[in-house]
Design a protein around this ligand. Sequence first.
Ligand code: C2E
Ligand code: MG
Ligand code: MG
Ligand code: MG
Length: 285
Amino acid sequence: HAKAQGRGEIQPYSRALRTENSRRLTLESHLRRALAQGELFVHYQPKLCLRSGLLSGFEALVRWRHPEYGVIPPDEFIPIAEETGLIVPISDWVMRTAVAQLAGWRDEGLALAPVAVNLSARQFLQSDVIATVAELLQTTSLPPELLELELTESVSMADPERSVVVMEGLGKLGVILSIDDFGTGYSSFAYLKRLPLDKLKIDKSFVQDMGHSAESLAIVQAIVAMAHRLQLAVIAEGGETAEQVAALRKADCDQLQGYFYSKPLSPEDCAAFIRENMARAAATA
Ligand code: C2E
Ligand code: MG
Ligand code: MG
Ligand code: MG
């Protein structure tokens, strides 16, 4: 791998760097087999309504159970998957798995809420993601409003003109469209206005700094106000404490996906979470 070698040459000899590079190369070759060998799996993190405290959706988050290294988080292997192109079959698999899981919960009589999947750069800009989503909705007869697609600003800004076209195509299918990690990228309001968006997802860095940074609190409040003026829903990512939840409620944020409510859950634990939520919803109705 030329890039990895080049990085090694300009550094003084470093065991740590060599270990890191060789782990990366090993993961790269193992990732090719991971999907076929059933080593990838999906956890689901609940999203809750900050007003009612009730379930309003899930995010599907992929993990890799490596036979020697144990569970590897997506932040480590998604970039490798992007570079190698493996991200396209992996993303397709995650989307199919998430939709099939929702159908499974429906068949068990569980109340449904939308499931969100992350769109990667290659999948969004190079693959025929509109056809993939259209086919998936057709074959599963899932109502499109139960599928949400999360796209980061950096992915969408990599090719703004194409992004507008792809987002319009996806929007026509009726799925929910969100901007992920909002506030960390460089998209202008003029550009955002052109996208058929439903929701902004505030990056967890602002949410987690709110308590000790007046600037972060102001940014969160400003994003919520702007989103609402643009008729967009707004969700905070990463709230962990009661103080953060109180500040988000006060700012009129709509939803929260954070450890305060729940970590990402296995399908079984998530089904239990849905049942418990159904009982609470019935009690408050
Ligand atoms: P993301 O899409 O922004 O997902 C949210 C991340 O924040 C998840 O990390 C989630 O576990 C974490 N999180 C949620 N609440 C809290 C909290 O209260 N505290 C803290 N500290 N963290 C919280 P995760 O699962 O490790 O995923 C990391 C990133 O990997 C995701 O960020 C996403 O960019 C990427 N990713 C995950 N699954 C997929 C996938 O299927 N496809 C693609 N393309 N990317 C994925
Ligand atoms: Mg996401
Ligand atoms: Mg995010
Ligand atoms: Mg994030």
